[in-house]
Design a protein around this ligand. Structure first.
Ligand SMILES: C[S@@+](CC[C@H](N)C(=O)[O-])C[C@H]1O[C@@H](n2cnc3c(N)ncnc32)[C@H](O)[C@@H]1O
Length: 301
C-alpha cells in the first residue's frame, strides 16, 4: 500500500494535457445535453445538410465496398447516408465522444436494419482503430469543436490507409449563412455574447479560407485542397417548427433563452418568425448557405 501511495504521488499530469482534459469534459457535458434534440430533429437535419454530405462523399471518393470512418458523427451523419452507398460489402464506423450521441446513432442504424454501420465512443485525437484501417475519413461540422484539431487530423491520418482520402466540412463566415445569423442576431439584442476567445471551439472557428487547410498540411495530409460549397439549406418545415429546431439544438441558444422572461421569449419568437419570412419557399424554408470542404490524401506508402 505504502509503495502504491508513493508511486501515485509522483504522477504528474502535464498542464497541456490538463487543459485538453478540461476541454474534453466540457465538450461531453455540452453535447450530452444537446443529444436528445439532435436525435429528435435528425431527419430534417439529414435533409437540410444532404448537399454537404454529398460533397464529402465526392471529395473523399467514397464508393461501393469502401471502409469509411465518420469522425464526430453526432447522432450518425454522414455515416448513415454512407452506409446506403457502400453496400453490404463496405463498412462505415462513426465515432463521437458523447455516449448519448453514439447511442442515438446506434438506435437509428438498428431501426434501419443496417449491418454495415457501427458506432464507437471516441475523441477524434484518440481513435480505437489500428493504423491503416480505412479507405476514407470524413467529418461534417466536427473539427471546429475539437480541443486539438491538428492532433485529431494526424490521428485520422494514422487510421487511414496509404493513398486514402480525408475530407471535412466546416462553416464559411457567419454572415454568409442566414441559417445561423437570423436567429443569432435577434437573440444578441437581448443577451450579448462575450467576445470570442481566439481559436476556441466554435461553429465559425474555421470560417477563414485556408485555415483548416493549413492544419491539414501541418498534420501531414498530402495534396490538400479546399473548395467553397454554395448550396441551399432546404427544409420542408414551417417557420415555427424551424424556430423550435434552432432554439432546441444549439447549446448556446438554449443557455441564453433560459435567462429570458416569458414576455421576452414571446417577443423574440415573434421577431424570429417575422425575420424568417423572406426564407419561406413553396414547400417550407430555403436558406442560401456556404460551407468549406477541405480534403487531402494520406501519402501512398
Ligand atoms: C455539430 S455536431 C456534428 C454532428 C454530425 N457530424 C452532423 O453533421 O450532424 C459536432 C459533434 O462533434 C462532437 N465532438 C466535439 N468534440 C469532439 C472531439 N474532440 N472529438 C470528436 N468529436 C467531437 C460532438 O460531440 C458533436 O456530436
Amino acid at each position: 500500500m505504502k509503495n502504491l501511495a508513493a508511486k501515485t504521488s509522483r504522477i504528474e499530469i502535464p498542464i497541456t494535457s490538463l487543459t485538453l482534459m478540461q476541454q474534453n469534459t466540457e465538450v461531453i457535458n455540452q453535447w450530452s445535453e444537446s443529444a436528445p434534440y439532435w436525435e429528435k430533429h435528425r431527419e430534417i437535419m439529414r435533409e437540410m445538410f444532404a448537399p454537404v454530405t454529398q460533397a464529402l462523399i465526392e471529395d473523399a471518393e467514397i464508393a461501393r465496398r469502401r471502409a469509411v470512418l465518420d469522425v464526430a458523427t453526432g447522432p450518425g451523419e454522414p455515416a448513415l447516408t454512407i452506409a446506403d452507398l457502400i453496400g453490404s460489402e463496405g463498412k462505415v464506423v462513426g465515432t463521437d465522444p458523447v455516449p448519448e450521441m453514439v447511442e442515438a446513432a446506434r438506435r437509428e442504424a438498428h431501426r434501419r436494419g443496417l449491418r454495415n454501420a457501427s458506432f464507437e465512443v471516441a475523441f477524434a485525437n484518440d481513435l480505437p482503430f489500428p493504423a491503416n484501417t480505412f479507405e476514407a475519413v470524413v467529418s461534417r461540422f466536427g473539427v471546429m469543436f475539437f480541443a486539438s484539431p491538428v492532433d485529431s487530423v494526424r490521428e485520422c491520418l494514422r487510421v487511414l490507409k496509404p493513398g486514402g482520402k480525408i475530407a471535412m466540412a466546416v462553416w464559411h463566415f457567419a454572415d454568409k449563412n442566414p441559417f445561423h445569423y437570423v436567429v443569432a442576431q435577434l437573440v444578441e439584442q437581448y443577451v450579448k455574447s462575450p467576445p470570442p476567445v481566439p481559436d476556441s471551439p466554435d461553429a465559425f472557428r474555421f470560417a477563414s479560407p485556408g485555415k483548416l487547410q493549413a492544419i491539414f498540411s501541418e498534420a501531414g495530409v498530402a495534396a490538400t485542397s479546399e473548395r467553397l460549397l454554395q448550396f441551399s439549406i432546404r427544409a420542408a418545415i414551417s417557420v415555427k417548427s424551424f424556430w423550435t429546431l434552432r432554439s432546441e439544438m444549439s447549446e448556446k441558444l438554449r443557455t441564453k433563452l433560459a435567462t429570458f422572461s416569458k414576455q421576452q421569449a414571446a417577443e423574440l419568437k415573434r421577431d424570429v418568425i417575422e425575420a424568417l419570412r423572406p426564407y419561406s419557399a413553396n414547400r417550407g424554408l430555403s436558406f442560401p448557405a456556404e460551407v468549406l470542404i477541405v480534403s487531402g490524401r494520406k501519402a501512398p506508402a
